[in-house]
Design a binder for this molecule. Structure first.
Ligand SMILES: O=c1ccn([C@@H]2O[C@H](COP(=O)(O)OP(=O)(O)O[C@H]3O[C@H](CO)[C@@H](O)[C@H](O)[C@H]3O)[C@@H](O)[C@H]2O)c(=O)[nH]1
Ligand SMILES: O=C(O)[C@H](O)COP(=O)(O)O
Length: 319
């Protein structure tokens, strides 16, 4: 699929692989599935259970990377049948920092699969076809390193459901900014989606952006390394998740903009977002954290470098 003169991104609209076909296509390769989870006790078990039947066949390892949960996420995930790894266990030599990028960076370190599939653990009614369809292009086609899922996204707020209203940051921030800065990626339907698969070769070679910048960072870094031909996308039908409120999405958007600018060699002010919350007749300011320092490529991280997993520097710049 191409958009507005941009590059073509290989797109599977009606994926039809069977699980036995994909198992045969592994050809000695291994597949890990990693679920980042922060306080997801309500949903994590359902996501694990949707993938568990594949373990021992298509999937070699199913891991929940606990991102510092204070609820019973780890217990629920373990009881449902996943291997649970804390951030500290995944990379003991570096103290963890908050955020999703940190969780994914450590999930790659905690797994061994030649292919790693990421699935969010806040999904509602997760479809058991997500994992097979995400690994399909990697196992059956040549030259692809990163497969994004795409889907219709319902928006569920205050008990009402808009069948197509979800993906607000995607539609208002990420896709318009890609059109402006990286038009070759304008055909990617869900650049921020949390359901995607990638080769270990890619995941160990690129830096991981902090927080919610991680998906856009991985997308831009894939494009920089392999061009659009290293990317693919596959139709996963529908995806429902816990919808955050507008102010939380503002903070997420600020992080994503910071990562995009940095990947495109554009200076970011580094100023975090201040939001104003109406309280009675006043507007109360609150400034959110902003993190712009990447974690370095895992391929460069050894026990000897324990003194500093900081910024990956030039590797991340200039998309
Ligand atoms: O510090 C964190 C924050 C989140 N998560 C997990 O990451 C997943 C997605 O987080 P969520 O806060 O639900 O993100 P969304 O609002 O769903 O945001 C969308 O957009 C983000 C920015 O691209 C992506 O990271 C998400 O995967 C994507 O679903 C969930 O399983 C969380 O538990 C962590 O593990 N650690
Ligand atoms: O991916 C996104 O755009 C954000 O996660 C927001 O998604 P939502 O609008 O479906 O809550």
């Amino acid at each position: 699929m191409s958009a507005g003169g941009g590059a073509t991104v290989r797109t599977w609209h009606e994926p039809a692989w069977t699980v036995p076909e994909l198992v045969a296509a592994k050809n000695g390769r291994t597949v890990s599935v990693a679920l980042p989870a922060l306080d997801e006790e309500a949903t994590v078990a359902g996501v694990v259970e949707s993938i568990l039947p594949l373990v021992g066949g298509l999937v070699d390892d199913l891991v929940v990377l606990d991102s510092g949960s204070r609820d019973r996420t780890a217990q629920r995930a373990r009881e449902a049948g996943a291997r649970v790894v804390s951030r500290e266990e995944a990379i003991p030599q570096f103290p963890p920092v908050p955020g999703k990028g940190e969780a994914l960076w450590r999930a790659v370190a905690a797994t061994r699969g030649d292919v790693v599939v990421f699935i969010d653990s806040d999904l509602i009614e997760p479809d058991p076809r997500y994992v097979p369809n995400l690994v399909g292009p990697l196992l059956t086609a040549e030259g692809i390193h990163h497969v994004k899922g795409f889907y219709r996204r319902p928006l569920r707020i205050n008990e009402s459901e808009d069948p197509r209203g979800g993906g607000r940051v995607t539609e208002l921030v990420a896709r318009p900014m890609l059109a402006a800065l990286r038009p070759d990626l304008a055909a990617v339907l869900q650049p921020l989606g949390g359901e995607y698969a990638a080769t270990r070769e890619l995941l160990e070679a690129v830096p991981f952006a902090p927080g919610y910048g991680v998906e856009i960072g991985l997308l831009l870094d894939t494009y920089r390394r392999y061009g659009a031909s290293g990317l693919a996308q596959v139709n996963l039908a529908v995806r429902k998740h816990r919808n955050r409120d507008l102010m939380e999405l503002g903070v997420m958007s600020r992080q994503i903009i910071g990562t995009m600018l940095r990947r495109c060699g554009i200076d970011d002010s580094g100023v975090p977002l201040t939001q104003y919350f109406a309280q009675d007749d006043a507007f109360v300011p609150r400034t959110a954290d902003l993190a712009l320092e990447d974690r370095p490529p895992l391929g460069t991280v050894t026990a000897a470098s324990a003194s500093g997993a900081g910024d990956a520097g030039g590797e991340a710049r200039g998309c």
